[in-house]
Design a protein around this ligand. Structure first.
Ligand code: 13P
Length: 246
């Protein structure tokens, strides 16, 4: 039985005071049956580590460089994230694919760089509305996952996959549990062809997960938790979503 994982993706939100309230609220609501983590903006990693270190809640970043080190202004390496105690790095989020022109090979290299430093990559895949309407959903998502599978080779089993249909992100429009399960089953089948560890791997769902739809989504056999955007910024909502997972 896979343990569920709930990850908050704060995106570019936060401030010292808001973070302190959010992190202490999450810590105070423990214990959770699921594993819980928050992926915060880079400047807040240090205070997040201090706030969560003693509480069994993990933290991570929302991106990481594909490079080891060097003249890459503005980039943050996986080695640096590891120094901050990061357990996870989200890579290939659709917002980075869209606004920063990240493509499949780059996302795969980022996942590889993270793993090389012991940081678990949460590799995001998902189709746009136009791709869904054109009947391309399966092909797009398979292609995105395939790039990571090839780059990670014998370490495929170490990554976390997140299925986030782009049309469901921040829109209040969630994939139905059936739609999400169908995609997760497809992804699981693709992982099974690549690694004997596929049945132990976590595939998270992301896109307008809220307290009122979380339990039904997480009850699907191939949905192993969630990647939570907007609702991860409100203590009560995030805690309710963490409690909806078992
Ligand atoms: P929302 O939960 O705000 O739709 O965002 C989902 C997401 O992008 C998580 O990475």
């Amino acid at each position: 039985m896979r343990k569920q994982l709930i990850v908050g993706n704060w995106k570019m939100y936060g401030s010292h005071s808001a973070n302190a309230e959010l992190l202490s609220g999450i810590a105070a609501a423990r214990p959770f049956m699921a594993d819980v983590a928050v992926c915060v903006p880079f400047p807040y990693l240090s205070e997040t580590a201090v706030a969560l270190a003693a509480h069994g809640i993990h933290w991570g970043a929302q991106d990481c460089s594909a490079h080891e080190q060097g003249a890459y202004t503005g980039e943050v390496s996986a080695a640096m994230l590891a120094e901050f105690g990061c357990r996870y790095a989200i890579v290939g989020h659709s917002e980075r694919r869209t606004y920063h022109a990240e493509n499949d090979p780059l996302v795969a290299d980022k996942a590889k760089a993270a793993l090389a430093r012991g940081v678990t990559p949460i590799v995001c895949v998902g189709e746009t509305l136009a791709q869904r309407e054109a009947g391309e959903t399966e092909a797009v998502v398979k292609r995105q996952l395939s790039a990571a599978i090839h780059a990670l080779a014998h370490c495929v089993g170490e990554m976390v996959v997140a299925y986030e249909p782009v049309w469901a992100i921040g829109t209040g429009r969630t994939a139905t549990p059936e739609q999400a399960q169908a995609m997760h089953a497809l992804l699981r089948a693709q992982l099974r062809a690549a690694t004997p560890r596929a049945d132990d791997m976590k595939i998270l769902y992301g896109g307008s997960v809220k307290p009122d739809n979380a339990a039904t989504l997480f009850a699907q056999p191939d949905i192993d938790g969630g990647l939570i955007g907007g609702a991860s910024l409100k203590v009560a909502d995030f805690v309710a979503i963490c409690r909806a997972a078992d």
